[in-house]
Design a protein around this ligand. Structure first.
Ligand SMILES: [Zn+2]
Ligand SMILES: [Zn+2]
Length: 391
């Protein structure tokens, strides 16, 4: 049976603002609606205007790649500008399609939801499914635009100022096991830097108040929340995470593609509101020690600032090492395969605190040291390489 039109609109990301002005009836208990009623999130930020701007930028880049001379579009050691432009197109399309997939799973398979339905139930107070108010959504749309523009400038600048950052295709690649180790190392370096930056964003009052709290407007995350941050938050993640990892442990052309698409999957899944085998990236890496599933990041949102658990962005090892692991609802899930070994251990110790006490590592200066160390190491390597080239 088709749901009434006004019910469908509420779940349509492109119409969120409008619907908040006319909140639906509070009797609607939970979002058990057909998956097809949520496909509108194919638009960037649910906005036709922002989608047009994004497509315009990518089209300009593709046109430049066609018409500029080879001396500009073939940077030594890098993929061609056209390949880089295809990479950005594919990344944008993947984000949109995989977001739709994640939301489809959320609405189609309610048994795999992490939080009880009542947490996502529509409230008469004018909040959206994720617990955000109209004013907060308006601010997020503005930051979505700034994120898109700043990330585009960053990517193009990296292409022209850091030869090899977007690695060139090779006729032959090394052995698969060497490349696998390199990929893991790259991801662990990236997640280490992002772990400490995320922790700093929570425990340094200025950073929390002015930057990261915007991402945490969403108390009940869905995949559409993934990149909805302050634009500086997204910029920090890109530079401290992806850029430094690629400088310190460079990936080849194929691994670079794989890593970035994998990261898109992983980021969207951890906000998906479900924890199950449909989470492809999390299921693939679940065999790794201390791996995370989406319910860990879900708890991070549900617990809000006060909880201060679970800062790791990919894999879960750093949360275990630095004492911020929390199973959240991990032991109450329908899909038992998504509960991890460490969740089971935590379940064996009932009464573990919902909130974490601050430790010396949460001092504003101390928490920033690892971030500065990783960025410093990347800069040193760049400096050393420049010296070799210049010599
Ligand atoms: Zn956070
Ligand atoms: Zn998040």
């Amino acid at each position: 049976m088709c749901p009434p039109a006004d019910v469908m609109n509420v779940f349509d990301q492109s119409r969120t603002m409008k619907d908040l002005e006319h909140p639906p009836s509070p009797q609607i208990p939970a979002p058990d609606l057909p998956a097809w009623s949520h496909f509108s999130s194919l638009l960037f930020s649910g906005s036709k205007a922002l989608t047009t701007v994004e497509m315009g930028l990518l089209t300009c880049l593709s046109v430049a790649a066609i018409f500029l001379p080879p001396s500009v579009t073939n940077v030594k050691g890098s993929m061609t500008l056209m390949q880089m432009s295809i990479f950005l197109w594919v990344s944008a399309i993947t984000r949109r399609l995989y977001n739709t997939y994640c939301e489809t799973v959320f609405f189609k398979f309610p048994q795999y939801r992490i939080q009880p339905d009542r947490e996502h139930a529509l409230a008469s107070s004018g909040k959206d499914l994720c617990g955000r108010e109209k004013k907060q959504l308006e601010l997020l749309e503005w930051h979505d635009l700034l994120t898109m523009l700043s990330q585009f400038v960053l990517e193009v600048s990296l292409y022209f100022t850091l030869p090899g950052y977007f690695p060139a295709a090779q006729p032959h690649y090394g052995s698969w096991w060497e490349r696998l180790i390199k990929l893991l190392l790259n991801h662990y370096v990236m997640s280490f830097a992002m772990y400490w930056m995320h922790r700093a964003l929570h425990v340094v009052p200025f950073l929390w108040e002015h930057i990261h709290s915007i991402h945490h407007y969403a108390r009940h995350p869905l995949s559409r929340n993934t990149y909805q941050d302050h634009w500086l938050d997204n910029m920090g993640n890109a530079i401290v995470g992806h850029v430094t990892a690629q400088i310190l442990v460079p990936l080849d052309f194929q691994l670079f593609w794989f890593s970035h698409i994998f990261r898109i999957f992983e980021s969207l899944e951890k906000h998906a509101g479900t924890s199950c085998y449909f989470n492809i990236a999390h299921s693939i890496q679940r065999w790794l020690p201390f791996a995370q599933m989406p319910h860990h990041h879900d708890w991070h949102h549900e617990g809000h600032k006060a909880c201060n658990f679970t800062f790791t962005s990919i894999g879960g090892v750093w949360d275990c090492v630095f004492g911020t692991r929390k199973a959240g609802r991990g032991t109450q899930l329908q899909c038992k395969r998504s509960s991890t070994r460490e969740d089971a251990v935590e379940a064996g110790h009932p009464g573990s605190p919902k909130m974490r006490k601050k430790s010396y590592m949460d001092q504003p200066i101390i928490v920033c040291i690892p971030v500065l160390a990783v960025v410093g190491a990347a800069l040193c390597k760049l400096y050393a390489n420049a010296g070799i080239v210049g010599a």
